[in-house]
Design a protein around this ligand. Structure first.
Ligand code: ADP
Length: 484
């Protein structure tokens, strides 16, 4: 198994049918911590996206014909190769995305875990033999891979958002075209190189980096050869892409925006609640779709909780991702900083109190935002309605359990939700009442390859990871055999 350096894993062309395809048009990828140019990457257009789909289509019969065991063996090798190259992949990710190298390495492990998981799930995919309906018929249900799949992925998890789509697709016998984000295409291209090295056949995985998201997205969502489309990104873009998928009635999965409540009830273990909120909020500098966005604290424990949280937040170390001691790095770009500044600015103008932070840490650079703690936030403020995607904790209060639940659910989104409580009856009541696809109870970290990741309401459709993640890439076919 080849062991790479970050440099030898830095690929800058499109990856189609097992070949690196150069494109005259290039776009720049920069390090958000330093502004330094890292690479000039091939800018695929709609025509190249079509070529990638054709390559995936051509590769489909051969890949489909392999047994699940043969596909699993190749996926297992891909997993091994990601782990062998964990450090190089992590350095590359940190360079293009900004997250600390140790956190990037954890993402590589997490991303790779989907490859291992789905390799095994693919070998345990069964159909059904149905109860006898009449003496002259036997009915069974078989599962078949849907065919060519396409995916568009975001920049906040440059590795894992790809593996949790590609791995189940491949395990189910599908081939794939991925458009990675413009901001972080290198992590995607690097794992395509590893896939090729371990023997995943040409055309099974194709990557088309592009700044023409609209044009390439239109091809991936409307091409008749694509049978399944999977997207992770904003709700707004997701809605457009879902409409486009309707033209050919594709199977779809959408993992969209969240507005996660983190509710602290009066019976909560406050120390644990603070610890879990810190884990949940500051991973990736708050740039995750399951970050706690609205922290709702019951009045009786508000002061105790806020004081303990402030003490914990004061200890956070902000720095470049390559530093030895760092909890979080820069935000992804100046748009992200402007958004956080707007949300914090509006909130304080409308009466929120800023107990900590509230500013860019200019000593470090333009994209580093201070750990920020706001209290007296109200549900009319934009900061409680939009995804903050930054290191800002916005605390609201509530008086009764009923009010806490009502406030938590007062959003069109329903991805993750969290609450802290000790009373088991309350845990049961609140778990039932929260309108979210995933709930952390006294737990701020809820992601794992075994778990079913996904949202309800406008946060999306479908699940990734778990045994349900494989089914997203399979058709269910009923066979009625007559003539007995
Ligand atoms: P984020 O806030 O995570 O950047 P976006 O929804 O803007 O969320 O982006 C997620 C992915 O969707 C990226 O790969 C981006 O290039 C792509 N994208 C953005 N706009 C479109 C569009 N109109 N059509 C297709 N893809 C798009």
């Amino acid at each position: 198994m080849t062991s790479h350096s970050m440099r030898s894993l830095t690929k800058t062309n499109a990856f189609i049918d097992g070949h690196w395809v150069p494109v005259d048009q290039r776009f720049e990828v920069a390090n958000p911590a330093t502004g330094e140019l890292i690479a000039e990457v091939a800018d695929a257009d709609a025509v190249l996206a079509e070529r990638a789909i054709e390559a995936a289509h051509k590769a489909l019969p051969g890949w489909r014909k392999k047994t699940p065991g043969e596909r699993a063996a190749l996926l297992q090798r891909w997993f091994d190769s990601m782990l062998v190259n964990k450090q190089a992949l992590a350095e590359l990710m940190s360079a293009e995305q900004g997250k600390p190298v140790a956190e990037a390495a954890a993402e590589i492990e997490y991303g790779a875990s989907f490859v291992k998981w789905f390799a095994a799930e693919g070998e345990r995919s069964y159909g059904d033999i149905l109860p006898r309906q009449s003496d002259d018929k036997r009915v069974s249900i078989v599962k078949q891979g849907v065919g060519v799949c396409a995916a568009i992925t975001p920049w906040n998890f440059p590795n894992a958002m790809i593996t949790r789509k590609v791995a189940p697709a491949l395990a189910a016998g599908c081939t794939m075209v991925v458009k990675p984000p413009q901001l972080t295409p290198l992590s995607a291209l690097a794992i395509a190189q590893l896939a090729s090295e371990v023997g995943i056949p040409d055309g099974v995985i194709n990557i088309v980096p592009s700044t023409n998201a609209k044009a390439v997205g239109k091809v991936l969502t409307e091409h008749p050869a694509v049978k399944k489309f999977s997207f992770t990104g904003s709700t707004e873009v997701g809605k457009t892409l879902m409409q486009q998928c309707a033209s050919t009635m594709k199977k779809v999965s959408f993992e969209l925006g969240g507005n996660a409540p983190f509710v602290v009830f009066d019976d909560a273990d406050i120390e644990l609640a603070v610890e879990q909120l810190m884990v949940c909020k500051f991973r990736n500098a708050g740039q995750t779709c399951i970050s706690a966005n609205r922290v709702l604290v019951q009045e009786q424990v508000l002061d105790t909780f806020v004081n303990a949280l402030k003490t914990a937040m004061e200890k956070l170390k902000v720095n470049v991702g390559t530093a030895d001691e760092v909890d979080y790095g820069p935000l992804i770009n100046s748009d992200a900083i402007e958004k956080v500044e707007r949300l914090v600015g509006e909130a304080t103008e409308q009466g929120a109190e800023c107990l900590l932070g509230g500013e860019v840490l200019t000593d470090l650079g333009e994209l580093f935002y201070a750990p920020t703690l706001l209290t007296q936030v109200t549900s009319t403020m934009a900061i409680t309605q939009e995804e903050i995607f930054g290191p800002v904790v916005a605390v609201q209060s509530f008086s009764t359990e009923e009010e806490g639940i009502r406030k938590a659910n007062a959003t069109p989104f329903g991805l993750a939700g969290y609450f802290c409580a000790e009373d088991y009856r309350r845990i049961e009541r609140v778990s039932n009442a929260l309108e979210c696809g995933m709930i952390g109870i006294n737990a701020g970290a809820i992601s794992h390859a075994y778990n079913a990741f996904g949202g309800v309401k406008e946060s999306g459709i479908g699940r990734e990871g778990s045994r349900y993640g494989l089914a997203e890439y399979q058709e269910t076919k009923t066979l009625t055999l007559g003539g007995f």
